[in-house]
Design a binder for this molecule. Structure first.
Ligand code: PHE
Length: 384
């Protein structure tokens, strides 16, 4: 205790003895820490990895331009392994031990629901780049997102199924262990029925399951025109393989949880001709999108960024813009500046944070086509 105090006094003394420019150098030598918690391993590993890449690219660019008035941004990152308990621990570590100014993450809504209350309690602003379940930001006023929410994504999927695919009967297959999948299925069904569609059957599974025969057999006998599967990519790819084997030829339709290069790696041609709603499509002609893709490919050895990478990049850049505007780059000052985000030109579209701390944005629909299948832009659905 005494030595610590003595050392602190000595440091203050040294700083006081310095000239103005040396003082600035001390200030800029001290980085601002920000946190990221994400699934870097496990069955949703590409979610965390892509988000991490997007964040790191944004940090690199921001620091190269001088950071926050000379202060560099430093990233602290923990793996959640796709587990809610790990997610909570990771955010506790970030807020309490690392004392980060802000937290980015998680991707999966269930995990953001585990981390959000920790940030709220600690008074540390959190921005989830990609959790779409409405409950995530309802946790409290420190929690934000830069993506659309599932009542809209469900509407977009239903509209596409009814108007573009002209599907009358839809079967639904839901991962009952994920808040995201349950919420999105509910919204799809609600909107689809409103638009005059019929739900032929609703089936459930638990993420990580390997045998979907029972559910798919029921789905096959309900003769759907489309099968809506609002799950995560590993399960969806396995479901697609088994569905085709069982002779289901209807297109499969899903949400952003499909967004991973692993979808086609596992699902191969079983996933061809299937569609999902997403935040961004790499083949959109938009100039900002194309610049981002170029920098990302250069930084990460040629791989095309998915929607998670794009959202991670946007979330980090929105955080830095808020840090620049905030009276102090942390706590409630930073919170207020994030809440004030208007018309931010992100690679996933124009971002304005609304009074629920969510973003109102359009969605794209992509189709898996080619050999191997890759997501290709089909259309944009705009909120009404
Ligand atoms: N929206 C999903 C969720 O809330 C996460 C996700 C976003 C997955 C974007 C892939 C792409 O759980």
């Amino acid at each position: 205790m005494f030595t610590v105090a003595k050392r602190a006094l000595a440091t203050i003394g040294a700083v006081l003895a310095m000239s103005g420019s040396a003082l600035a150098a001390v200030a800029s030598a001290d980085p601002i820490k920000i946190g990221h918690y994400g699934s870097l391993t496990g069955s949703e590993a590409t979610f965390g990895q892509s988000t991490s890449n997007g964040i790191k690219l944004a940090i690199k660019e921001f620091n190269a331009k001088g950071g926050l008035n000379g202060q560099m941004i430093e990233l602290k990152e923990y793996d959640t392994r796709g587990d809610a308990g790990e997610a909570k621990l990771a955010v506790e570590r970030l807020c309490k031990s690392d004392k980060v100014a802000a937290v980015l993450g998680e991707v999966a809504s269930k995990l953001s629901l585990a981390g959000g209350p920790v940030c709220q309690e600690a008074g540390v602003p959190m921005i989830t780049p990609s959790s779409t379940n409405p409950k995530v930001t309802a946790v409290g006023d420190m929690v934000f997102r830069v993506c659309f929410i599932d009542p809209f994504q469900g509407f977009a999927g239903a509209k596409f199924a009814r108007e573009e695919l002209k599907a009358k009967n839809a079967a639904v297959l839901v991962d009952q262990a994920q808040a995201y999948a349950v919420g999105l299925a509910e919204q799809f069904v609600l909107n689809y029925k409103k638009m005059g569609g019929t739900i032929s059957t609703e089936q459930t599974y638990t993420g990580g399951a390997t045998d979907f025969t029972a559910q798919l057999t029921s789905i096959r006998s309900s003769k759907p025109d489309v099968v809506y599967i609002p799950g995560y990519y590993t399960d969806v790819a396995n479901i697609a393989l088994q569905a085709r084997k069982l002779g289901i030829t209807a297109p499969l339709l899903g949400g952003d949880g499909w967004d991973s290069e692993q979808l086609a790696k596992i699902g191969k041609d079983a996933i061809e001709g299937c569609y999902y709603t997403n935040h961004y499509a790499p083949d959109q002609p938009d100039a900002a999108v194309q610049t981002f893709i170029k920098s990302y490919k250069k930084e990460f050895g040629g791989s095309t960024p998915d929607g998670l990478a794009a959202l991670g990049y946007d979330a980090a850049n929105i955080l830095f813009a808020a840090m620049k505007k905030a009276k102090t780059p942390g706590g409630r000052d930073l919170r207020d500046a994030i809440a004030d985000t208007k018309d931010f030109a992100g690679v996933t579209g124009k971002i304005t944070i609304n009074s629920n701390r969510d973003a109102t944005k359009s969605a794209v629909v992509v189709e898996m086509t080619g050999n191997p299948p890759e997501p290709k832009y089909v259309t944009t659905v705009t909120p009404e």
